[in-house]
Design a protein around this ligand. Structure first.
Ligand code: SF4
Length: 514
């Protein structure tokens, strides 16, 4: 096992906890030593869930290792069943408990509990959290989904993949459910989020499956397709274009027409990005890293919908590395497949992008390097569970992407303005508001900041503006243009520059922004 300060994914039993915690009526019995109960905090502190995960730890101690840890596990299983009365019991071992080879599955089966017992064999030293979530969901579906009766009508679709601790999963489900309802497609079961074992039993009643997060649900969807003949969607509806393609895909699977209201552009993002000053979007160099699904989608949206240039693309998700390699080839960049955040940091530092789209790790990296950043993928932190509705998917999701990716770039303008205004006699914290008219006249106006004396041997004539610099000056918002003109002329005179070019203007801007 690699010891590190930060990891993109936890051990696989954390993935199993994400599935169990998302569901209702499921309990997870985890053979684990005392300290491993730390994982509870991910859910209560980061996701701010108002309840503990439905997990019982056997919490064996060092002194138990010489005694009967298997008996301890069986007693914990009996107690957990008696106390929580789940409809299904998941059993497995954490990394440390895997080493004592107690066979939790066999031990729990031997108890003959009156509910399905689903053993999870998650190789903690080879695989990670997303694998754990995918395998757990797959084992639950295999154990609980009932084969539909021959010839029984199939209705609507299932939404598969949302879990606890997922990046905006709750909001995506709401958004995509609304979209499907506009198409007249009913949602049969959403799983694992909020599903009970009884709901999983009904999965086969749907006509098809919508896979929202392939990292979690593709394996189960593949099984449902093979066993029950349910096709599943391939388009991930992140971005306005992909949402349109998703609408077409689900309409075709359901055999329904797309209503005109949905055919029309239903997101503000395309118009917003066309109307934003090109300075903030076109050709901005963006570095993208995350789980494979969100990273690939972000690269597509960045390049095709916002006009950014993708300069780096990578994932920590080895199971889906192929998708990222293909996307990187499409964008003409080398893929970065790693779970070492120091490698990611080195890549960001070398590329010096204008914007980083990544996980919480990249947020820290970008902050340290002074680069604007937006989070697009798990692993997440407490601020990625906002109180407001904030999806990534669907048309509203496209609006959210526009807001969260473009605004960090615009902060540059605000900082620039603050720099230009700093010390200006009209714009300081004691200046009265202009709309107060006469009332403002009585308020104190501070002395203008003393200007440093120019050296005597500097030319006293004002510098002249080259036509292209004058044109560039007119791109500066009118309310700061006068200040920008004065500062630039002063900068030019101080340096003996007689003709102000576009370069002089930007050098002055950099100088006064410092
Ligand atoms: S041994 Fe595994 S479960 Fe225990 S703290 Fe380390 S990663 Fe977590």
């Amino acid at each position: 096992m690699q010891l590190t300060l930060w990891t993109y994914e936890g051990p696989p039993h954390v993935g199993a906890m994400r599935v169990a915690t998302a569901m209702r009526g499921v309990h997870y019995l985890l053979h684990a030593p005392q300290g491993d109960t730390y994982a509870d905090l991910l859910f209560t502190m980061i996701e701010r869930l108002p309840r503990r995960p439905p997990v019982t730890y056997t919490t064996f101690q060092a002194r138990d290792l010489g005694a009967d840890t298997a008996g301890l596990f069986q007693q914990a299983a009996r107690d957990a069943y008696a106390r929580f009365q789940p409809q299904a019991l998941l059993v497995g071992a954490s990394c440390t408990a895997e080493l004592i080879q107690d066979d939790p599955g066999g031990l729990a089966q031997a108890l003959d509990l009156p509910v399905p017992v689903i053993p999870l064999e998650l190789p903690a030293y080879q695989r990670k959290e997303n694998y754990g979530a995918s395998e757990t969901f797959y084992q639950l579906v295999r154990a609980l989904a009932r084969r539909p009766a021959e010839g029984a009508p199939r209705r609507g679709c299932n939404l598969l993949g949302p879990t606890a601790l997922g990046f905006r999963h709750r909001d995506d489900v709401q958004e995509i459910t609304g979209l499907l309802l506009q198409l007249g497609i009913a949602v049969n079961v959403v799983a694992p989020l909020e599903a009970s074992p009884a709901d999983l039993a009904r999965l086969g009643e749907a006509a098809f499956n919508v896979v929202l997060y392939p990292e979690v649900a593709q394996q189960a969807a593949g099984w449902l397709q093979r066993q029950f003949g349910q096709p599943f969607t391939r388009t991930i509806p992140i971005g306005a274009k992909a949402t349109q393609a998703f609408v077409a895909e689900v309409a075709a699977l359901a055999g329904v027409p797309v209503p005109p209201a949905l055919q029309a552009r239903a997101s503000r993002a395309p118009w917003y990005s066309q109307s934003v000053d090109a300075t903030y979007l076109t050709g901005k160099r963006v570095f993208i890293f995350g789980d494979a699904t969100h990273a690939v989608a972000a690269a597509r949206v960045a390049a095709e919908e916002l006009g950014f240039a993708v300069v780096g693309l990578g994932t920590y998700s080895r199971e889906f590395a192929r998708d990222v390699r293909e996307a990187a080839a499409h964008h003409g960049v080398a893929p970065l497949i790693t779970d070492d955040y120091l490698e990611v940091e080195a890549a960001v530092a070398a590329l010096q992008p204008d914007l980083v789209l990544g996980t919480q790790m990249e947020r820290h990296i970008a902050k340290r390097l002074g680069i604007p950043c937006a989070v697009i993928s798990a692993p997440v932190h407490v601020q990625d569970f906002p109180a407001r509705h904030s999806p990534q998917m669907g048309y509203e999701g496209a609006n959210v992407l526009f807001d969260t990716w473009v605004h960090p770039l615009m902060m540059g303008l605000e900082e620039h303005l603050l720099g230009m205004f700093r010390g200006d006699f009209e714009f300081h914290e004691d200046a009265p508001a202009s709309h107060l008219g006469h009332a403002s006249a009585s308020m104190a106006v501070p002395e203008p900041e003393p200007q440093p004396d120019l050296p005597e041997d500097l030319p006293t004539m004002a510098a002249t503006w080259a036509p292209e610099a004058e044109r560039e000056l007119h791109r500066v918002p009118f309310f700061v243009r006068g200040k920008a003109r004065r500062n630039t002329e002063r900068f030019a005179v101080e340096r003996g520059v007689m003709t102000i070019t576009v370069e002089t203007l930007y050098e002055a801007k950099a100088h006064f922004s410092r």
